[in-house]
Design a protein around this ligand. Sequence first.
Ligand code: DAH
Length: 346
Amino acid sequence: MLQEAEKIKQDALRELESIANIRELEAWRVRYLGRRGKLTEILRGLGKLPPEERKVVGAPVNVAKNDLAEWFRQKEQALYEMQLVAAAKKEAIDVTLPGRPIPAGRLHPITQTLHEICDIFIAMGFQVVEGPEVEWDYYNFEALNIPEEHPARDTMATLWVDFKTDSGESPMLLRTHTTSVSARVIETMQPPIRVVEPGKVYRYEASDATHTPMFHQIDGQVVDEGITMADLKGTLYEFARRFFGEDRKVRFRCDYFPFVEPGVEMAIECSVCGGKGCRLCGNTGWIEILGAGMTHPRVLQRGGIDPEVYTGFAFGMGIDRMPMLRYGIDDIRLFYSSDLRFLRQF
Ligand code: DAH
């Protein structure tokens, strides 16, 4: 029995050396170590021997079995490594293959619109300036002729920043309009001033199809000697033509904003019904797109500009509505839901 086991071991080792793939190796394992394998057979035969002989024969046969199992493990490892090397060789770069396109990002539709509006004003000689989103009450309200008890404050549900001064006041907020940047510009720049001020603004509002607590605005500000309402109308008229198209009608009407006098609102002819009246324009044929006016003398004076020498006009509009009007998008939340199926269209 011992001799037989030794011979099986020798055979197994010889065969193992010529094995070149996993399938052959598995067949070898079944042949020698499997349930009906040659060594297993001998081990099973041990039971028939008398107990003293069982020990003498059993131990070396078991050693042989363990040796075979260990060789199997080593060979298996070696074959896997060979396979990996072969696969890596096969995967070597094929320089004749066409390149894979690198996915390109793009600007958000709101950013695109913002750039487009800025470009129109830059072409008219304006300069782009930005201001902080966390703003002082002073620039958002006070400097714009909206004192503490002014009802205009109620129209802008303000998000106040949780910061108190030593005297218990909370003078910081998330700016409710980009007009706050106009207040800063008047204080820091000297006429002639021609600037546009784009950016994010915030109001305490629940989201629905036409509202989000964060949205975008662009304000503009012109201050120089001899600026009149004609400059205001001419500039905004030109903007509307360039942005909405040559033959789009524009309407100016009186409106009130504390930081201008007189104040106006500008509307464009509805793009959906062409002025006849529809759901989008609330049956009026017009869509209001911006507020504007002649800068209030008190606002100029506060910023250190002499209103007896200089006059100015200002305007402010929401950005988010522009692509909505242009592409017929009926829910503003689509812009902020990060859904690439929507955003990739622009
Ligand atoms: N800030 C105003 C708003 O958010 C819009 C506005 C109106 C801005 C008139 C102006 C302006 O600069 O002159 O409703």
